[in-house]
Design a protein around this ligand. Structure first.
Ligand code: RP5
Length: 164
């Protein structure tokens, strides 16, 4: 899979201020060679454009959408309401409640419209990409192999760590 190929994963975020965190998601997808498209789209500030982008994702060949937002974070929920694709929500740290607000807003979806919610901030951004890769690897054995190698390398790194 090359970066030139059609995006399989979309990463959307409520503001450009989320990019510093969400580029870790993009970087992880790139590391696995998974084509993605990243956009700033807000549930509040650009509701019509968000809906249009999400509603057309399936026909564009997208298989997973990662949605990141901070504060009263509705983006992942609104995204999930407009597509049957798996939606992975990443809560962003914020000005007053340090991401707890976004975590609760993203994770507490009422029954019927699921959002898979990751951790707040960078860990969530990285893990959203890894989870997206796991999901799409169900039909891509070469990607499954890469996940196995990634896990092995990660374990080797940990086992090599020395304490002073
Ligand atoms: C949310 O509000 C965004 O996802 C961002 O995390 C937060 C702050 O946005 P800015 O005021 O920095 O644009 O919609």
């Amino acid at each position: 899979m090359s970066d030139e190929a059609k995006p399989i994963v979309n990463i959307i975020m409520g503001s450009q201020s989320d990019w510093e965190t969400m580029k870790h998601s993009r970087d992880m997808l790139q590391e696995f060679g998974v084509p993605c498209e990243c956009r700033v789209l807000s549930a509040h500030r650009t509701p019509r454009e968000t809906e249009q982008f999400v509603r057309t994702a399936e026909e564009r060949g997208v298989e997973v959408i990662i949605a990141a937002a901070g504060g009263a974070a509705h983006l992942a929920g609104v995204t999930a309401a407009n597509t049957v694709l798996p939606v992975l929500g990443v809560p962003m740290t914020g000005w007053a409640l340090d991401g707890l607000d976004a975590l609760l807003a993203t994770v507490q979806m009422p029954r019927g419209i699921p959002v898979g919610t990751l951790a707040i901030g960078k860990a969530g951004a990285v893990n959203a990409a890894l989870l997206a890769i796991s999901i799409i690897s169900a039909t891509r054995p070469e990607l499954r192999q890469k996940i196995h190698r990634y896990r092995e390398q990660q374990a080797e790194t940990i086992l090599k760590q020395k304490l002073e």
